[in-house]
Ligand binder design. Structure first.
Ligand SMILES: *[C@@H]1O[C@H](CO)[C@@H](O)[C@H](O)[C@H]1NC(C)=O
Ligand SMILES: *[C@@H]1O[C@H](CO)[C@@H](O)[C@H](O)[C@H]1NC(C)=O
Length: 383
């Protein structure tokens, strides 16, 4: 058994908390509060001692393309190298894989999830905590979001990916969960919640495969309501916590935002015109509205909603009807559709302080280290 000093300290503090619990029972008020910890067996995630927290997003890695050909495996080797370079340079406190980890159309039933092992290897090597959302290419006849989640949990102790309770997320959309980030290890309440949502899409498994809806299911709206209520009960008012949300396919409302984007106001590449299939609910029937309404009304101090899916876009912009900032990721993988000059990289988010009201710095980092589109996400951004 290999435990870092930090992990050992956490274990000890957890044991002490167990023994300390009975004394809390004298305090009836405290005892009524529900404790809320979705990761009882894992190290708590915290801001650094200097009060900062850095998060790096890899998106649209598209591993596993044409394994019978030369170029697919070569792309995967390039994506692994990119991950290694970025992780070594950035020394991130948390990593998000924001969907389309695998191009499921090209996988074989007997070994489709083993591709996950290749993807998490650089993260395991860097010993960085991380979690994933899943995309339309992760639901295909020979692979599902649920299978990818199970495999990731099995092959990485650094994974914080979870599945929502049964009945939440709709068919083939299990990946709805949140991860708490604390200021200090022993704090009662977190200062930042990372929310992850499953926008589904793609196709159902097995040979009789049919199309899966491409939006976050309405059941997730009710779940957001109940989770945020539990958080308030356990930790106090929502205003004392900040949040960031990750979902692979952009919410439908983002399509209308693109026509308002300018290079001055919204730096970053804007090369992918959003059309059919580019945002959730491509049929435009308001199907992602329950999710979008619940997220924006219940989750307070929401710094940004962050999506991939459209590989040619990097901008952040304010969605005016909800007054919320939306950001695109950077296409990270050598797999997936591409265009000469787009390049590959990541989006970084740097929290300078745990203050939930403070702005968050974000920028695009390309593989070789070049950075661009550096902005501060705060109440003035994009207005
Ligand atoms: C799924 O996997 C099976 C078994 O390897 C293979 O024969 C089939 O072609 C795959 N299906 C698709 C749609 O890729
Ligand atoms: C999966 O199996 C197929 C054929 O059955 C093979 O071509 C491919 O290389 C295997 N992929 C992995 C990741 O093991």
């Amino acid at each position: 058994m290999r435990l870092s000093k930090a992990a050992l300290a956490i274990l000890i503090s957890q044991c002490l908390n167990v023994f300390a619990a009975p004394s809390n029972q004298k305090d009836g008020h405290q005892n009524n509060k529900k404790t809320l910890d979705p990761y009882p067996g894992k190290p708590r995630l915290t801001f650094k001692r200097d009060g900062t927290f850095k998060l790096t997003v890899f998106s649209d890695l598209h591993f596993g393309e044409n394994p019978w050909d030369w170029w697919g495996p070569e792309h995967d080797a390039s994506s692994v190298a990119l991950m290694g370079t970025v992780l070594a340079d950035e020394k991130s406190d948390y990593v998000v894989l924001n969907g389309d980890l695998i191009t499921g159309e090209n996988t074989f039933r007997e070994n489709s999830t083993t591709i996950i092992d290749q993807i998490v290897a650089p993260l395991n090597k860097a010993k960085v905590p991380f979690s994933s959302t899943h995309g339309n290419h992760d639901n295909q006849p020979n692979i599902t979001h649920a299978e990818e989640i199970k495999r990731e949990q099995k092959v990485s102790r650094f994974s914080y990916t979870r599945s929502a309770p049964k009945g939440v997320g709709g068919d083939f959309g299990p990946g709805n969960y949140w991860v708490p980030i604390y200021r200090n290890n022993k704090d009662k309440a977190p200062v930042l919640i990372l929310w992850f949502f499953d926008s589904r899409g793609g196709f159902s498994p097995n040979p009789d495969s049919t199309r899966v809806p491409d939006w976050v299911d309405a059941s997730v709206a009710d779940w957001i309501v109940s989770e945020t209520r539990d958080m308030e009960k356990a930790w106090g008012p929502a205003k004392s916590r900040a949040a960031v949300a990750f979902v692979h396919i952009p919410p439908h409302a983002i399509q209308a935002v693109q026509s308002t984007v300018t290079p001055e106001k919204n730096p970053g590449m804007n090369a992918d015109i959003l059309g059919s299939g580019s945002v959730q609910d491509s049929s435009a029937q308001n199907m992602d509205k329950p999710f979008w309404d619940a997220l924006n009304s219940k989750v307070k101090n929401l710094h940004a909603v962050i999506s991939g899916h459209d590989h040619g876009n990097e901008w952040c912009a304010r969605e005016p009807t909800k007054d919320v900032i939306f950001c695109f990721d950077k296409h990270s993988g050598y797999g997936g559709y591409d265009s000469p000059g787009w390049g590959h990289g990541v989006r970084n988010l740097l929290f300078h302080t745990p203050d939930p009201k403070a702005g968050v710095e974000t920028w695009i980092r390309l593989e070789a280290g070049e950075t661009r589109a550096r902005v501060i996400l705060d109440k003035h951004y994009g207005k």
